[in-house]
Design a protein around this ligand. Structure first.
Ligand SMILES: NC(=O)c1ccc[n+]([C@@H]2O[C@H](COP(=O)([O-])OP(=O)(O)OC[C@H]3O[C@@H](n4cnc5c(N)ncnc54)[C@H](OP(=O)(O)O)[C@@H]3O)[C@@H](O)[C@H]2O)c1
Length: 396
């Protein structure tokens, strides 16, 4: 049922971009795990590709011979409006989002439809806040960005860590991320696009800060930490200025449980100093190249869209995020871990975010909301049941 007016729509969940690399993995996950009775459909811009995808899904489960295929281009506002009105939730993998994402967010905000994506692009998230948060609040739509490895393990990992700490006291949490995974053409294109738009990203962040209401009698911060050797994890900690700390900060703003004064710092965790130095130099070089249009196009041509690590490589991939939380005289060490972060686990996180928004009893929220604020415990329990590990390693 639609939360706003109680009307029934044809679908519970529509997956847009189902023919891409992570889109197809998400479709396969839904084909295998969506509960019976959940009415879902796949959408994309290419009918022939959608037909081929459905054949693959039918091989997983013959019930999918009649899976509805919806046609829409990310540039077609009218088709996106029809798509948004046909379902309670849209999950989208059509990126880079800063190029292809806005019209769908606008359609969902207008239609009161819940929305989940995989963006890690801070500029896109800030622009969508500025343009569509107010309308989504009016219609009741929940616009939930970053429902993949960006930023679910970090956002829900901090949410889980905070639950292990005392209430109503200042809290600090540091997160340390490690992984051995590779990326797809689509992720590489999105990362390079974001790196090439630094000034626009800073402008959007500044405008958002001016626009966002101030917190009253509470503080929530996510400052960039300094590089250091972390005795807690026994690794080198390098500050990681991704979207993740911004998402955690927004969850802390939204949820009083994070206490009167909350601080989060986000780090990449690297065992050996030469690897830390080499990685920093490589990212610096990529950032430099992304500023030069010719170099950016050349780099994008190295990784084709629609392709990514194969099943064997994904099977060997893993991630861990360790958290050190402190406050009120207590210290807690927690960990979130799983398999291939960018694809296998991301497909799982997006699929469960969409199912959670469509089917679960959730706190009342609307507008642009984080995974922790919109879905908190319900999504955490879903992901645990699906094999992601959230655990307390030690407390004192
Ligand atoms: N947060 C995370 O941890 C995480 C992890 C993985 C991926 N991602 C993000 O997810 C996005 C997808 O990644 P990917 O590797 O799956 O990329 P991909 O394989 O290139 O897939 C992109 C999808 O977008 C569709 N598309 C492109 N232009 C379109 C348009 N004008 N209208 C409708 N559909 C359009 C493509 O359709 P066709 O099939 O017809 O070409 C395809 O389905 C990227 O932005 C990536 O950064 C995030």
């Amino acid at each position: 049922m639609n939360r706003q007016n109680g009307t029934q729509r044809p679908y519970d969940v529509v997956l847009f971009g189902a023919t891409g690399f992570v889109g197809a993995l998400t479709a396969e996950y839904l084909a295998a795990h969506a509960p019976s009775g959940c009415r879902w459909a796949v959408a994309g811009r290419d009918r022939a590709k959608l037909e081929r995808l459905r054949e693959r899904l039918t091989a997983i489960d013959p019930h999918h011979t009649d899976l509805p295929l919806l046609h829409a281009d990310a540039d077609d506002a009218h088709a996106l409006r029809e798509l948004a009105e046909s379902t309670h939730v849209v999950a989208t993998t059509v990126g880079p989002y800063v190029w292809y994402g806005e019209k769908l967010v606008a359609a969902c905000a207008e239609a009161g439809t819940d929305y989940a994506d995989l963006t890690g692009e801070a500029e896109f998230v800030d622009r969508m806040y500025l343009e569509h948060d107010a309308r989504a609040r009016e219609t009741g739509a929940r616009i939930v960005h970053a429902c993949g490895f960006d930023s679910v393990p970090h956002d829900l990992g901090v949410y889980f860590t905070v639950q292990q700490l005392p209430q109503d006291v200042p809290l600090t949490v540091d997160g340390f991320v490690r992984s051995n995974a590779l990326f797809s053409g689509g992720t590489f294109a999105s990362a390079l696009t974001a790196m090439g738009r630094g000034p626009r990203m800073l402008r959007a962040a500044r405008e958002r800060r001016l626009h966002e209401p101030r917190l009253v009698a509470r503080r929530a911060r996510a400052p960039l930490g300094a590089p250091r050797f972390s005795a807690e994890t026994g690794t080198w900690a390098l500050p990681l200025p991704t979207l993740d700390p911004r998402v955690v900060e927004r969850s802390a703003r939204a949820l009083a449980r994070y206490g009167p004064d909350f601080r989060y710092r986000h780090f990449a965790s690297v065992r050996h100093l030469p690897v830390a130095l080499g990685g920093t130099a490589a990212i610096g070089a990529l950032l430099g190249a992304a500023q030069v249009p010719a170099a950016r196009s050349w780099l994008m041509g190295r990784y084709e869209p629609g392709r990514g690590p194969d099943a064997e490589r994904r099977g060997r991939s893993w991630f861990t995020v360790r958290f050190v939380g402190a406050g009120g005289g207590r210290r807690v060490f927690t960990e979130v871990s799983g398999g291939d972060p960018g694809y296998g686990e991301t497909a799982k996180m997006l699929a469960h975010s969409a199912l959670c928004l469509a089917l679960d009893e959730l706190p009342p929220t609307s507008g642009q909301v984080t995974t922790a604020a919109a879905m908190g415990d319900a999504l955490l329990e879903r992901l645990r049941s699906a094999g992601l590990r959230f655990r307390v390693a030690a407390a004192r």
